[in-house]
Design a protein around this ligand. Structure first.
Ligand code: GLN
Length: 252
C-alpha cells in the first residue's frame, strides 16, 4: 500500500470510529424501525430463516443494509398495509418499506426516498380465461388487496371488484372460482403464479402505467431520508438491488 493511501485509510478509520462513538450510541435508540406488511413476496414475507427476525425479501435486505450503513439496528414492525402511513405520522415507525408505490396522494402525507424498483399492475387469471386486457374486466369480477394501487387502478377504470386484506386471499378466491381475476403488482403476481398451478398473467401496459417503489418517512425527516437515499443509491449503483431482485424473483 502506498504511503498516502495508507494515511487515507487510517484517517478514515479514525473518523469512522469517532463518528461511531459519538453517533451510534447516543443517537436516539440506535435503531431504525421499518414498518412493512409481510404479505408481499418477493419484497416481504414471513420465513423461518428470515433476514431480520422472521422477515425476508428484497425490502428486508434493503432495510438491513440501511441499518448497517448507519451503525444502527434495523427492526421490522409488521402491520396492515393500510396502517403504514398513519404509523409513520404518529411516530410508531421511522419508515415504511413495503413495495410501496409513490403516488401523489401518499406524497401529501409522507416524504418518499428515491425510487428503487419499477413495477406495474398485472392481471392474474385462470388458464383458459377469455380475459386478455384490462377492458375485459368490465364485465367480470375482480379481486384486489385493500389499499394497494391495484385497487386504485380498478376503481379508476370504474369496474366491479371486491377487496381483501391479503394477496393470498385474492388468489384463493381466483383458484376457487369465486372471482375472475386478481389485479396486483407484477413481481408479486409472478410469485403467486409460480406457486399456484393453473394461473397465468395477463399484461396491459396501456391500461396500467409504470409504478415506482420507494421508502416513506415522516414529512420533513430529511436526516433519515438522506441516509436511506445514500444506501439505495449505492445498492442501485453496485447492482445489489438487481441481484436481490434476481435472487428473490426466481427463488422458490
Ligand atoms: N405497490 C402497491 C402499493 O403501493 C402494493 C404494495 C404492497 O402491497 N406492499 O399499493
Amino acid at each position: 500500500m502506498k504511503k498516502f493511501t495508507k494515511f487515507v485509510a487510517l484517517a478514515s478509520a479514525v473518523v469512522m470510529a469517532v463518528a461511531c462513538m459519538t453517533g451510534c450510541g447516543s443517537k436516539a435508540s440506535g435503531k431504525i424501525v421499518f414498518g412493512t406488511n409481510a404479505e408481499f413476496p418477493p419484497f416481504e414475507f414471513v420465513s423461518a430463516n428470515g433476514v431480520i427476525d422472521t422477515y425476508d425479501g428484497i425490502d428486508i435486505c434493503i432495510a438491513k443494509q440501511i441499518g448497517e450503513d448507519n451503525g444502527m439496528t434495523a427492526e421490522i414492525a409488521n402491520m396492515e398495509f393500510d396502517s403504514l402511513l398513519v404509523a409513520i405520522q404518529n411516530g410508531q415507525i421511522d419508515a415504511a418499506i413495503a413495495g410501496m408505490t409513490v403516488t401523489d396522494e401518499r406524497a401529501q402525507s409522507v416524504d418518499f426516498s428515491i425510487p428503487y424498483y419499477n413495477a406495474t399492475q398485472v392481471i392474474i387469471v385462470k388458464e383458459g380465461s377469455d380475459i386478455t386486457c384490462a377492458a375485459d374486466l368490465a364485465e367480470k369480477f375482480t379481486a384486489v388487496v385493500q389499499g394497494y394501487t391495484g385497487e386504485t387502478c380498478i376503481t379508476e377504470l370504474g369496474y366491479k371488484y371486491e377487496s381483501f386484506k391479503k394477496g393470498t386471499e385474492c388468489i384463493m378466491e381466483l383458484v376457487n372460482g369465486k372471482c375472475d381475476a386478481v389485479v396486483i403488482d407484477s413481481a408479486t403476481a409472478s410469485k403467486y403464479v409460480s406457486d399456484n398451478a393453473g394461473l397465468v398473467i395477463v399484461t396491459d401496459e396501456e391500461a396500467f402505467g409504470s409504478e415506482q417503489y420507494a421508502i416513506a418517512v415522516k414529512k420533513g425527516n430529511t436526516e433519515l431520508l438522506n441516509k436511506i437515499n445514500a444506501t439505495i443509491e449505492k445498492m442501485l449503483e453496485d447492482g445489489t438491488i438487481a441481484n436481490l431482485s434476481d435472487k428473490y424473483c426466481t427463488a422458490e
